[in-house]
Design a protein around this ligand. Sequence first.
Ligand code: SIN
Length: 277
Amino acid sequence: MAMEMAPMGPKCGVEISGVELASCSDAEMQAIRQAIYEHGVAVFRDQAFSPEDHIAFAERWGGIDINNYFPLQDKYPQIAIVRKQPDQVTNIGGAWHTDHSYDQIPAMGSILVARELPPHGGDTLFAHMGAAYDALPDELKAEIDGLEAFHTADHVYKADGLYAQTDMAGDLRGHDLKTGAVHPVVIRHPHTGHKLLYVNGAFTINFVGQTREESLPLLQRLLAEAVREDNQCRVEWRPGTVAIWDNRTTWHNALNDYHGHYREMHRITLSGEALAA
Ligand code: SIN
């Protein structure tokens, strides 16, 4: 069985077939890593991938960053549970974001496994931040050259934060944590050297040296450019689907279009490396 790769969109995503993640060779692992660094997200179908396989595979990447806010699996605290009950209105991750950009060393990426799916809907959109940067007009590239931005999750998860106002409040933890990190607005991917736009709508608050209000017009312009449809791809989940993404290269957005049905995904977040312009 030879590994094959097929693009999922013009600039983002790759579907990889002909490989069993739970038992792949070091050479296959290296090819998978490189594909994810370049395409941003890779999808694997029909995987037999137990929680033990999930953890063992994640450990082959390096460290695991345990999420501070999501519920954790009782037996396997390395695994965060992303779930929505049939009677819940809000979902987790239902806005464009990249995981953990509020950390000093943000997570490299995530491995998400479909455990229980609604009968329809619940797809996840991804957008490629290298393609987003490349497509910016030159005058906008010049404007953001050398800028840094402040990221935090406090307004999202704290006791009076955004999720606290929703029916997801009781499912989350870590309300007292304080987060905050400054990162370049344009980073270079540590392995491909590709320039990437590194701000996002959920966790980026302001440009350094500017207030939130002063930052908003430029931030909103960048956010709009980044989610142009030709930068995106869509993961349609099926039983046995695993998606692995690079948080530096992509943003993602979990669609919330399956009210009345349960959805449960298992996520392991992979440790990253320091970001630089
Ligand atoms: C997330 O990691 O933001 C959740 C993605 C999803 O549930 O599809």
